[in-house]
Every structure is written in structure tokens, then in C-alpha cells.
Ligand binder design. Structure first.
Ligand code: ZN
Ligand code: ZN
Length: 289
């Protein structure tokens, strides 16, 4: 048997694929009827781009888990070595709810800046522009991201939680905090991308909503607003908040992004001249309302 064939790994991979399929089914059962009943814009669910969005869903579900283990272990070890033991022991003594709450707040600060850097630093924007290339925003767009983009912003969100010690290995529930942060942020990500016309009144001040994040995807002005994933007051603090009563008229980016999934994954890593942006292939991205 070749050394690279590992039955346990293959089974674990298949199990993860099955778990993601069940989640996708659940998400579809929740959001497809809701978007039909309370949709902001009429959209066909079954369209050409759906195959690509589902491809990204599985890629975003599988890749960060594989790519994050090593940098997160390094971050945990680094934080353990740098942060004074008394500080770590103090934070570790907090009850779980307090560590989860603190984890959400520091995680959101990290995510906010990680996300903002993906807009402001041209090399990072090459990866993040794929998320913004969607011309129709609906729940599955949440997972439409280059794996390196997903890993970068997740790391930016999780590293502060390790540094503060809320994800400390000193407590038996330490590893539960980052898992909870990622789980809640992922579920919320599907909601804020959904094609729902709901406005939530004063709640919009406290927590990110579809209207808040739809403005992050606007093709018109103002751009580069609303970076937070869950706590919109981060944008108020850092001066990038924008939430009027109306909705954006169109979504997308002026940055040219290749049409096919394969080219989208490759092009951020190559010099611009190396990749054809427009040559169509089987997974061509065409959005038709
Ligand atoms: Zn963005
Ligand atoms: Zn988005």
C-alpha cells in the first residue's frame, strides 16, 4: 500500500464532507424558504453560479480546518511563552460565559482589522476580492472566499483570544472558547449575507444584520465600510460605520476576477500577466437574477 494512502485520514475527510453536507441541507432548509418569503430581491436559487458557490462552501468548510491547526498551535505556544503566567491564570479563573464574551469582543477586534487589511493591502485584496465579486448577495456567499483569505481573517480573530488567555490550555474548557467563536460567527455569517429585507430597528446598533453587511458589498459609494462580522459598534469605534434606511442598489467589485473557481484560487498567487481573467470554462461564473 502506498505510504500516502491513509485509510483513517480518508475516513476522517469523508466524515467531514458528510457533516458539511448535513449543515448545507439544514442551511438550505432555513434560508431558501426565508429568502423566498422575505426576499429583498427576486433571485433564482438554481442558477449557473450555484455549483461554484457550493464548491466554495465545501472548500471553506474543509480547508481552514487543515490549514489553521499549525498556525493556531504556534499562536497558543507563543502566547503561553510571552503572556505572564499570572495574567493567564487570572483570565483562566473567569467563568466560561465571561471568557466566551471576552473572546467574542477581542476576536471581533482582531477580525475587524484583519478584514480591513484585506481591503487596504493590495496583496491581501487579491484574495479577498473573490468574496466581493458576487453580484448577488444571498446566504451561500458567506462561504465564497479564497481559503487563504478565510484562514487569514480567522487567524486575526483567534490570535487575540489566545493572547488574552480566554482560549487558554490552562482550563479544561479552554479549547471550547475558540470553537464557540468560530461556530457562532460562521452561522451569523450566513445570516448577514442572506437576501432578506428584514430591518431590526434598535438591534441593528448592537449586532450585525443583513442590511449592515449588504452595504459592505455595495458596488456604489460609500465603499470599504462595515467590516465587523458580528458587532457593528466596532465600525463606529474605528470610523467605518454606514447604515442608512435604504439598501444598496448593486453589489460586486470593479476589480477583475477570473470566472472559474480554479482560476480564482490560482490568480492571487500569480503575477497578473500569468492568468487569463476572462477565458470561460465549465465553472464559469455568471450571475443572472
Ligand atoms: Zn470585505
Ligand atoms: Zn461578505
Amino acid at each position: 500500500m502506498p505510504a500516502f494512502f491513509d485509510l483513517h485520514r480518508l475516513l476522517a475527510f469523508l466524515k467531514e464532507g458528510f457533516r458539511l453536507s448535513v449543515w448545507l441541507l439544514l442551511l438550505a432548509l432555513i434560508f431558501v424558504p426565508l429568502e423566498r418569503l422575505s426576499g429583498l430581491r427576486p433571485q433564482k436559487f438554481f442558477r449557473k453560479a450555484l455549483a461554484q458557490d457550493i464548491g466554495y462552501y465545501f472548500l471553506t468548510g474543509l480547508a481552514p480546518g487543515l490549514l489553521l491547526t499549525f498556525p493556531l498551535s504556534l499562536a497558543a505556544l507563543g502566547a503561553h511563552a510571552i503572556v505572564p503566567y499570572r495574567m493567564q491564570a487570572f483570565v483562566a479563573s473567569w467563568p466560561l460565559w465571561q471568557r466566551v464574551l471576552a473572546g467574542f469582543v477581542v476576536g471581533e477586534i482582531g477580525f475587524y482589522w484583519g478584514h480591513r487589511w484585506t481591503h487596504e493591502i493590495p496583496f491581501l485584496w487579491r484574495f479577498h476580492s473573490i468574496h466581493h465579486s458576487a453580484e448577488h448577495v444571498y446566504f451561500l456567499i458567506s462561504s465564497r472566499a479564497h481559503p487563504i483569505d478565510s484562514v487569514f481573517t480567522r487567524l486575526c480573530g483567534l490570535i487575540p483570544a489566545y493572547i488574552l488567555g480566554v482560549a487558554s490550555p490552562l482550563t479544561p474548557t479552554g479549547s471550547l472558547v475558540p470553537v464557540l467563536i468560530v461556530l457562532v460567527a460562521t452561522v451569523w455569517g450566513f445570516f448577514i449575507h442572506s437576501n432578506l429585507r428584514w430591518r431590526l430597528g434598535p438591534i441593528e446598533w448592537l449586532i450585525a444584520t443583513p442590511a449592515f453587511h449588504h452595504w459592505h458589498h455595495t458596488l456604489g459609494e460609500p465603499r470599504d465600510r462595515n467590516y465587523a462580522s458580528m458587532l457593528p459598534w466596532m465600525d463606529r469605534i474605528f470610523g467605518t460605520y454606514y447604515l442608512p434606511n435604504q439598501w444598496p442598489s448593486s453589489y460586486g467589485t470593479e476589480t477583475e476576477v477570473p470566472h472559474s473557481l480554479g482560476r480564482q484560487l490560482l490568480y492571487p498567487l500569480l503575477p497578473p500577466s500569468e492568468v487569463s481573467l476572462t477565458a470561460p470554462d465549465a465553472t464559469e461564473l455568471v450571475y443572472r437574477g
